[in-house]
Ligand binder design. Structure first.
Ligand code: TXA
Ligand code: MG
Length: 555
C-alpha cells in the first residue's frame, strides 16, 4: 500500500489546494481507510470510530494489544450526546473551558460505539483536539475519528509527520502533515464516571488546571508507580511500556543539580544521557539529548518523545534521564520518562547512604561491617542475595545451566559442590560463571537498594569492584592491612599454618589493587578487632557527614 503524504503545514497557503487535501483525507476516513492526523499533543492514527472493520485495521497497523481502547476525536461538546450517555454536567463545564485542547474525558458509552473502539468497556474516551486541520477533517468526514497515537505499539509517540512515516509508511493510506506538535505529550485522561473524578493519565493539560476548575481529583496509582503483576489500571494503555529501548533507561529524580551530579557519578562513555540544557556540558563523553531548560516544561514536553526516539538508533548501553518535578506539565513528562524506564527510578535527593566495602582476607572487613551496624546501618549481604537467586531466579538458573550443563538435578536442585569443582579448576570457567552472576545480581541488588528507606547501608560483596556493584555506592572503601599482620590474623582465625596463610594471601589481589580502585582507604594496623571497630566507627561517621553534605548541595 502506498501511503499518500499530504503537506498541510502552511494552512495560510493555497485555499483550494488545502481544501482538496482535507476532503481527500476525510473521504479515505469515511470509506474505512487509515489516515494519520496532526493534533496539538501527538500525531493520531485515525479511522472511522463507528466502523468496526476500520478500527480493527488500526490495531493491526500499530500492533496494538486488543484490550487497549481508543479515543474518539470530535469537534466539540455538541457531539457528546451522540456517543455517550448519562453525561454529568461537569463534562460540559470542562469542555467549555478546555476544548479544543489536550483533555480526554471518559464517559459512559452509547450503544452506537462499537466494542472494537472501546475494547468492550462500557465507557468511551472522547476528546476535541486543538488543531485546525484535523478539526476540519473531522467536520468534513462527519464521523468521530478513533485515533490512538500514531506510533507502533511500544515505541514513543510521534510528534512529527516524519516520525509517523518511520513507523507507518506502507501500512496506512495517508499522512496529513500539520507541522510539529506544539504540546508534545498526549492528552490528560480524566475519568468522569466516578466520584471524585480520577486522573488516569497525566498529559498536556496540567492536573492543577483541572482541580482549579472542578476541585479535588484522585490520581490513579498507575500514574506514579509500577503496577504489581496482575493489577489492572483503569486506562488499559497505562500498563504498557511506551518505549522499549534496547538500552535500559534509568530516571533520576531530585533537584536538577542533584540529579545531574548523580548521573555524572554513574555514567560511562557508552551511556546515553537525557538532561536539561544547563547540564549538557557535564557529559562531554556521552551521547546527550537536551530536554530544554530546567525551568521550561513546555519545551521539555515537546522534546521528551524525540529524545527517547533518538536513542532507538544509537549504540548506547544504558540511558540516564533527568526528570522534572511533578508540578504542571512535569507530571506528564516524568510519567513518560518513568514508563520508558519501567519505573526504574533513582532519587538523587535521598538521604540513603550506601558504602561499598571490599578488601583482602584478614584486613578487617568483618570488623568494619560491625562498625556500620554500630552506627545503626544495615548490611546488604550480596552472597546471601546470590544464594537466594540460585534457588529462585529462573533466568539466572537457566543461564548457568546452559553454560554448566548438569549442575542442576532433575528436580532443579543445584549441586553446589559440582559447580564449585568446575569453576575452581579452571580460571576461564570462573570468569564465565561470574559474568552470568554479575549480570543478574547487580540489577537485583540495585532494585532492592532503590526501595530502601533513608539510612546507612553497606554492601558486602566479594567482587564489589569487578561486578559493577560499586556503581550503587556513594563511596567505595578499601579495607587494607600490612601483609605480616594479615598472615598472623588468618592463622589465628582459621587455625592454619603460616605457609598456608601466605599461600592464600598470595592468591588474592594485593592491597594496591583495592587502594587504586576504591574512593577511600581504611587501613587496619591495629592489634585487636575491637580497636579497629572503634576506628572504623569514627571513619564512617566522618564519611557520612561528607556524603550528606554533598547530597544536600547536589555536588
Ligand atoms: O493526545 C492524545 O490523547 C493522543 C492524540 C492522538 O489524540 N491519543 C492517544 O491515544 O494518546 P492512545 O490510544 O495512544 O492512548 C489512549 C489511552 C490509552 O491508555 C487507553 O487505554 C485509554 O486512553 N483509554 C481509551 N479509552 C478508555 C476508556 N474507555 N477507559 C479508560 N481508558 C481509556
Ligand atoms: Mg499511545
Amino acid at each position: 500500500m502506498q501511503t499518500i503524504y499530504y503537506d498541510l503545514r502552511d494552512t495560510k497557503g493555497q485555499q483550494k489546494e488545502i481544501e482538496d487535501k482535507i476532503s481527500a483525507a476525510a473521504k479515505i476516513l469515511r470509506e474505512g481507510g487509515l489516515v494519520a492526523i496532526p493534533t496539538e499533543t501527538v500525531y493520531g492514527l485515525g479511522a472511522n470510530g463507528l466502523d468496526p472493520n476500520a478500527v480493527k485495521r488500526i490495531f493491526e497497523a500499530k500492533g496494538r494489544p486488543q484490550d487497549n481502547p481508543l479515543i474518539l476525536h470530535v469537534t466539540g461538546a455538541q457531539w457528546l450526546p451522540r456517543y455517550c450517555r448519562d453525561i454529568p454536567p461537569i463534562a460540559y463545564v470542562l469542555a467549555r473551558k478546555f476544548w479544543p485542547g489536550p483533555l480526554t474525558m471518559i464517559l459512559k458509552r452509547s450503544p452506537v460505539v462499537p466494542d472494537e473502539t472501546t475494547a468492550g468497556l462500557d465507557t468511551v474516551a472522547v476528546r476535541c483536539p486543538n488543531h485546525p486541520v484535523t478539526l476540519s477533517i473531522i467536520r468534513e468526514a462527519g464521523i468521530p475519528i478513533a485515533a490512538p497515537s500514531a506510533n507502533t505499539s511500544g515505541r514513543p509517540s510521534c510528534t512529527t509527520a516524519q516520525d509517523v512515516l518511520e513507523d507507518m509508511d506502507g501500512k496506512i493510506e495517508g499522512v496529513v502533515d500539520g507541522g510539529a506538535c506544539t504540546v508534545g505529550v498526549e492528552s490528560t485522561i480524566l475519568d468522569l464516571t466516578c466520584e471524585p473524578p480520577r486522573l488516569l493519565r497525566p498529559g498536556g493539560l496540567p492536573l492543577e488546571d483541572l482541580e482549579r476548575l472542578i476541585g479535588h481529583i484522585d490520581v490513579d496509582k498507575a500514574v506514579t508507580g509500577k503496577l504489581e503483576e496482575g493489577e489492572k489500571p483503569k486506562a488499559p494503555g497505562m500498563k504498557y511500556r511506551h518505549y522499549a529501548p534496547k538500552a535500559p533507561v534509568t530516571v533520576v529524580t531530585g533537584s536538577p543539580e542533584a540529579s545531574a551530579a548523580e548521573i555524572t557519578r554513574r555514567v560511562s562513555p557508552t551511556s546515553g544521557v537525557i538532561c536539561f540544557d544547563e547540564y549538557v556540558h557535564m557529559f562531554p563523553e556521552q551521547e546527550v539529548h537536551a530536554l530544554g531548560p530546567a525551568a521550561d516544561k513546555l519545551t521539555q514536553a515537546q522534546r521528551v518523545f524525540d529524545a527517547l526516539r533518538t536513542f532507538d538508533g544509537s549504540a548506547v548501553t544504558e540511558v540516564y534521564a533527568q526528570c522534572p518535578d511533578n508540578r504542571g506539565l512535569g507530571l506528564a513528562i516524568g510519567n513518560r520518562l518513568k514508563k520508558a524506564a519501567g519505573f526504574h527510578i533513582i532519587e538523587a535527593d535521598s538521604q540513603r547512604i550506601i558504602f561499598g566495602l571490599t578488601g583482602c582476607t584478614g584486613a578487617g572487613k568483618t570488623s568494619a561491617l560491625k562498625a556500620i551496624q554500630a552506627l545503626g546501618g544495615q548490611i546488604i549481604d550480596c552472597d546471601a542475595v546470590y544464594h537466594r537467586m540460585l534457588d529462585e531466579n529462573e533466568a539466572m538458573r537457566n543461564a548457568i545451566n546452559e553454560k554448566f550443563p548438569g549442575v542442576f538435578s532433575k528436580e532443579g536442585k543445584l549441586d553446589r559442590r559440582k559447580l564449585g569443582e568446575e569453576v575452581f579448576s579452571k580460571k576461564d570457567r570462573l570468569a564465565q560463571l561470574n559474568e552470568i552472576v554479575f549480570r543478574f545480581l547487580v540489577p537485583e541488588v540495585e532494585r532492592s537498594v532503590t526501595k530502601l528507606p533513608d539510612g546507612l547501608y553497606a554492601i558486602d560483596a566479594i567482587n564489589l569492584l569487578e561486578s559493577g556493584l560499586d556503581r550503587l555506592c556513594d563511596r567505595t572503601i578499601a579495607i587494607t592491612a600490612p601483609v605480616e599482620l594479615r598472615v598472623r590474623r588468618i592463622m589465628a582465625r582459621d587455625g592454619i599454618s603460616e605457609q598456608y596463610a601466605r599461600l592464600r594471601i598470595s592468591a588474592q589481589k594485593p592491597d594496591e589493587y583495592y587502594r587504586s580502585k576504591c574512593d577511600c582507604e581504611l587501613n587496619n594496623a591495629l592489634d585487636t578487632p575491637a580497636e579497629f571497630e572503634k576506628l572504623a566507627v569514627l571513619f564512617f561517621q566522618k564519611l557520612m557527614e561528607t556524603v550528606r553534605e554533598e547530597k544536600r548541595h547536589g555536588a
